[in-house]
Design a protein around this ligand. Sequence first.
Ligand code: HEM
Length: 500
Amino acid sequence: MLTIIVLTFLAVLAWAIVREHGKAPRKDGKRLSQAPGALPFIGYTARLLQPRYKLLDHLAHVQAETGLKTFEIPSPFLPPTILISDPVCLEYVFREHEIFAKGTFFRSRMYDLFGMSKVKAISGAAKLEIKGNGILNASGSLWHSQRKAGVKFLSIANVARFSNETLPPLIEDMHQQLGAADSNGGTIDLQDILLNLMSKFFGLVAYDTVPSADLVRAFDEASAWTDSRFMNPFWRLYEALFGQSLRRALQTVKEFGHKVVTKASEKASVPGRETLLDLLLERIPDKDTVADAATTYMSAGRDTTAQAMTWSLYELSRSPEVLGALLENLQPHATTTRSGTLRTTDSHLSYIKAAFAEALRLNPSVPLIMRETSQECTLPDGTILQPGTIVVWAPYAMARSPAVWSKDAGDFKPERWLSYDASGHATFMPRSASEYPVFHGGPRICIGKSMAEVVGCQVLAELVLNWDFEVVDKEGRRHVGESLTAPMAGGLVVRPRRRI
Ligand code: HEM
């Protein structure tokens, strides 16, 4: 029996290698070099099965050692795959977004969470046709209409309204939770607090409802399972055998989507105060698609922003001098901040914007991104790719590249974002999307960037101005947990003390 399994395995390997050889990426007339650390036959398969943070650390190491070179990531279980690191190549990928599309490899793995699929079959009702696709998984006209609705939802006026009206009471709740922990000398997980705050915030502005704890748990669980599909070549078999909790989680998420869409479609929207659902329903006739489009934002906006704030607080806790400079910079403007009118465009707030950008640079909420070529093309560095090639880049590794960020690339230094004039006034200096791909770039750049910055800086300012956090397990290294985004594994447990 064992012999049969081993022979079948070897036959599959040989078949995969022969099949893919003709489609392999090439450069200078030869097959592209393999990324360092590939093993004979299985290539990167074992690395892809490791916890995500180990793969990210390995890629950061490769990049620091080899500069901006493009490599093949070999695995008999993957289509031809390359890793790019050069901002020039990435700029080309951003610009040519129709050549570097989401592709079937990505979409087939994301479909259950971000597209409409087997929900009704799970619930025992008639099977639905597969039609929807949330914005992260969509292309063509479906992507266009969702993007238009999203851009309107995230207009400057709306973001200001959310930050002035929706956020302050939630921040007040957060202070009370921290106050309770402070008065009984207990500890509290800041990541939980921030995810909770962002769930309520998002629920209110996007769906006009506060999502239940069950929904949030289900979403996190489905997100972790979906992420593991990119690492585990046998995910279909694995899920068929052990995916009961995934199926339950998906059902909860989908049922929430249907419930909020039905409610929104029965209610007249208020002009100038439309929710995301109202704007999607105006443009997309199919309610199932609207449900997918809307729930996609839970991952796109809620998780990313809450995690960015968590990592920012972690970085600040490790850099007392940066925290001191931040407090000095914020204290004169504390009243403005408390009234919820903080704007990251205000020039006096350059320092907190720089600290947030810097924490995100080192801890990007989407640490690994991929696209799939829809036609043959040549990257600016001369690498020739056949259709169906997976192109991967790791913002986490790129941030640690001395070639882009100089020798101190791995250090948390908000100053690298600031330019000071003769009077000592600091101005925030943005970097190009291809050097700082944290929010993606080109026509599919993140539409929530300014909301993330406004909300992230407003909440961070409130926290650092009012609280001193003693991190429990200060010495233990934090790393990214298994998810589509970048949660801090184990959370950020602190002992809060109110600042006098
Ligand atoms: C720190 C916070 C955030 C980070 C780091 C971030 C990062 C990103 C990245 C890397 C992408 C590209 C993903 C891909 O195509 O594979 C993206 C897309 C997107 N983001 Fe964000 N994001 C953040 C916050 C938000 C917020 C607050 C919202 C909404 C309120 C949002 C909405 C979206 C949407 C709708 C897309 C899809 C755009 C498209 O495909 O056209 N994001 N984001």
